[in-house]
Design a protein around this ligand. Structure first.
Ligand code: PMP
Length: 365
């Protein structure tokens, strides 16, 4: 039996599961993880908090994750100056689950979602998985959003959900506030549209967060994650900030007790160490800028990056270049963007290994 021999839903036929290859190589710069393990004092604090949670594992967790949402709101307020409270923040197992809950609430059969491609592929896959029709919106050749073309696409396709990924994966480009505002207004002029601003990488950006745009815009949602800046991809904790009514609405589709007590305890411990973790972010931003310069010095074309990863090219056969770099023990990402590859900023040593591999490989092209 194969998948397609089973009576699976039509939209799943011929699809493959999402995921980058998980290969055991010395230098792994392919999934935009944070290369720094959590500091030991935080590991000890996690152990303490989890032990406390373990003593109450016979009970279901706090279904509304009130303490965690309060601390996430405090983090947002402190880092953006834009005040958020527990009622305006929601959390789930990774921002992927947050996005899934949003699409279960505002998308679904008979509805559609539009995103500007290339972008984070899970926006499309979660749309399909929730029965939401996917519409590929346009970008310019330099990967920025062409506002006129975007407004035309909104008028033509009338989506129920609009994705704006800033900084965008896999290109690294951030979207300026004026463009996001114009997209929001243009979408609402056609029909009520939930605008999801995916800020998974915002802590790495040269630009401030788009969070303050939520003021007076009840259909705008900002999604965030602890997988990148907090260096806690293994934790699986994502969150959103939005109008309190949106937070109430996603609770119609969330599974009861979706966030385990262990997850909540671990995330709370991480939030106690925010300053140390943001120190690693500052280091990674500097390394990212250094990598951009170094790749340009090699004569490569590098897309401006506001993320912890960099898109570069151009190559006639990016997959062959990806394979050759892998041959040097360095795993990066081929996202299928024509002519381009993507590398995550790692530790200085990992970045050196990557640069050495690229400079050797491009000489052989
Ligand atoms: N949004 C974007 C743009 C991403 O690149 C990712 C992870 N690669 C996510 C969301 C999901 O992250 P997580 O589920 O780990 O929070």
């Amino acid at each position: 039996m194969k998948i397609d021999d089973l009576p699976v839903r039509d939209e799943l036929r011929g699809q493959s599961p999402y995921g980058a290859p998980q290969l055991d190589v010395p230098v792994q710069l392919n999934t935009n993880e944070n290369p720094y393990p959590l500091p030991e004092p935080l590991v000890a604090r996690i152990a303490e908090r989890v032990a406390e949670a373990a003593r109450a594992l016979n009970r279901y967790p706090d279904r509304d994750a009130v303490e965690l949402r309060t601390e996430l709101a405090r983090y947002l307020t402190r880092t953006t100056g834009f005040e958020r409270g527990v009622a305006q923040v929601w959390a789930a197992n990774g921002s992927n689950e947050v996005i899934q809950q949003l699409l279960q609430t505002f998308g679904g059969p008979g509805r559609s979602a539009l995103g500007f491609e290339p972008s984070y592929q899970m926006h499309e896959l979660i749309s399909r998985g929730t029965g939401t029709r996917w519409i590929a919106g346009p970008r310019r050749a330099d990967f920025t959003i062409d506002l006129d073309a975007a407004v035309a696409a909104l008028a033509e396709h009338r989506p129920d959900v609009l994705f704006v990924c800033s900084p965008n994966n896999p290109t690294g480009t951030a979207v300026d506030a004026a463009t996001v505002l114009a997209l929001y207004e243009a979408a609402q002029a056609v029909k009520p549209t939930v605008v999801i601003v995916d800020e998974a990488y915002v802590e790495f950006s040269h630009r401030p967060s788009l969070l303050p745009l939520l003021a007076g815009r009840p259909l705008m949602v900002v999604t965030r994650t602890m997988s990148k800046a907090f260096g806690a991809a293994g934790l699986r904790l994502g969150y959103l900030a939005a109008d309190a009514a949106v937070v109430d609405a996603v609770q119609l589709v969330r599974l009861p007790y979706h966030l385990s007590s262990v997850t909540q305890a671990t995330a709370l411990a991480c939030l106690e160490h925010t300053d140390t973790l943001l120190g690693y972010v500052a280091r990674l931003k500097a390394e990212r800028d250094r990598l951009v310069e170094a790749l340009r010095a090699l004569g490569l074309e590098v897309t401006e990056s506001d993320s912890n990863f960099i898109q570069f090219g151009t190559f006639e056969d990016p997959h062959a270049v990806w394979r050759a770099i892998l041959g040097h023990g360095v795993l990066i990402r081929d996202n299928g963007v024509p002519g381009h590859l993507r590398v995550t900023a790692g530790t200085p040593e990992e970045n050196e290994a990557f640069l050495a591999a690229v400079s050797t490989v491009i000489k052989e092209l």
